[in-house]
Design a protein around this ligand. Structure first.
Ligand SMILES: Nc1ncnc2c1ncn2[C@@H]1O[C@H](COP(=O)(O)OP(=O)(O)O)[C@@H](O)[C@H]1O
Ligand SMILES: [Mg+2]
Length: 400
């Protein structure tokens, strides 16, 4: 995959005299020491990472660790002190203010935790606002804003006013406002942090679903570990203006780089991190809807199971058939399996193992995992789930 954003040795020093601070930083003085000696604040002490096209890259860290500073240096809202930021091959630090404004407008949109909704404008007009400023004709403005509202599932609210919206809906408006600009990069600074836990998880799921469609390059800032692990293709753990570790959730959980990172991870509940899609396994045999009872029996005998999942030509799950029912069909001389198909519990691949667990309380203790189009991805049994949780649980204790 191609590199979309490249951040190299990025340093940001806040204050009017960054030179002295920069030199002390290079000599290895800490943020506190530099603040004391020069009165200058080291926002970023030299960070490097690359973000691939279509990736969700998460920056996580406590308050003050430099996450927002990093985002603002990337889109040029603030000027970096040293190092480079390259977006689509263009050096942000070399651009004039005017070039930068234009480049940002065309390539990067930002979503904030708190943003100014315009109270006297409808939802549609709020979303279209950024296009209005760019003097885009009314018809196109509304067409694009309507499309953005569809993406965030607010199309039926287009003519309402902001004070009628819940907190979650307002954040959707914020997201729609960014989407409407049609940029290939989205920078999201704690967009869901003010929301209740439940709504927040919903928003995260919807962002992941939406990302399947829009495939933007996203840098997502959060201080919430569950959120980072849920959303990030890769995660950078930040502390005091530096990056402690970069990796996938799996890599960071299984191999934390240092004591600081492991401490951070102690708070995670693994059952909320692993998704059904992560753990699902493909059965050795699947039955097609067009196959008959004898074929079903042969497959079950071959693999040594007493039930099979049935899918149609487009991989959609129809249900399961059991050996008992198939034997009965054979005895009756039936040629179709249709009458033997039974319902089975299903779950979306993005659901967490925590969500899977209650669904396993059926006779066979099995659940089918489906992708966003309802296609059959694989199965999970109670044993699969328990063994994965046990494995991860012991990992977490070993490293903590
Ligand atoms: N405009 C500013 N002037 C001086 N210091 C700042 C400014 N903005 C941020 N900082 C400092 O830089 C550090 C990093 O801040 P920030 O990037 O906002 O962290 P985060 O987003 O992770 O909470 C903090 O110590 C903060 O106080
Ligand atoms: Mg911040």
């Amino acid at each position: 995959m191609s590199i979309k954003i490249e951040v190299k040795d990025l340093i940001k020093i806040y204050g009017s005299e960054p030179r002295k601070a920069l030199s002390l930083l290079r000599q290895g003085y800490s943020r506190e020491e530099i603040l004391e000696m020069t009165g200058q604040m080291v926002g970023l002490g030299g960070i490097s990472f690359e973000v691939s096209e279509g990736e969700i890259f998460v920056l996580i860290g406590l308050s003050g660790s430099g996450k927002s500073t990093a985002l603002r240096c990337i889109n040029g809202l603030i000027r970096l002190t040293s190092g480079s930021v390259v977006v689509d091959g263009h050096h942000i630090e070399d651009m004039s203010d005017k070039e930068l404004r234009r480049f940002r407008g065309e390539n990067m949109a930002m979503v904030f935790q708190h943003f100014a909704v315009l109270p006297n404008r409808t939802v549609l007009d709020n979303v279209a606002f950024g296009l209005e400023i760019k003097s885009i004709p009314l018809e196109e403005r509304y067409r694009r804003a309507t499309e953005a509202l569809r993406m965030v599932k607010l199309e039926t609210w287009r003519d309402r006013y902001p004070d009628e919206l819940s907190g979650g809906m307002k954040q959707r408006v914020g997201l729609a406002r960014a989407l409407v600009m049609n940029t290939s990069i989205l920078l999201m600074d704690e967009p869901f942090s003010a929301l209740d836990a439940l709504i927040r998880t919903d928003m995260e799921d919807e962002l992941l679903n939406l990302q399947q469609e829009i495939r933007k390059t996203i840098i997502f800032v959060t201080h919430d570990l569950d959120e980072a692990l849920h959303l990030g293709d890769r995660i950078a753990v930040m502390r005091d203006g530096r990056i402690e570790q970069i990796g996938t959730a799996e890599e960071i959980l299984s191999n934390p780089a240092n004591e600081y990172v492991s401490k951070f991870l102690r708070k995670v509940d693994v059952s909320k991190v692993l998704t059904a899609g992560d753990v699902a396994r493909r059965p050795e045999e699947i039955l097609r809807l067009t196959e008959g009872p004898r074929s079903a029996k042969l497959k079950m005998d071959t693999v040594g199971v007493d039930y099979l999942f049935v899918t149609d030509r487009s991989q959609k799950l129809k249900g399961i058939v059991t050996m008992d029912d198939i034997l009965q069909l054979i005895a009756q001389g039936s040629r179709s399996i249709t009458d033997a198909i039974k319902e089975v519990n299903t779950i979306d691949k993005m659901a967490t193992l925590q969500d899977v667990y209650p669904l396993l309380a059926n006779v066979r203790g099995v659940v089918a995992v489906l992708d966003e189009k309802g296609r059959f991805l694989g199965m999970l049994t109670r044993a699969d789930v328990i063994s994965r949780l046990a494995e991860r649980g012991s990992n977490a204790t070993a490293t903590a």
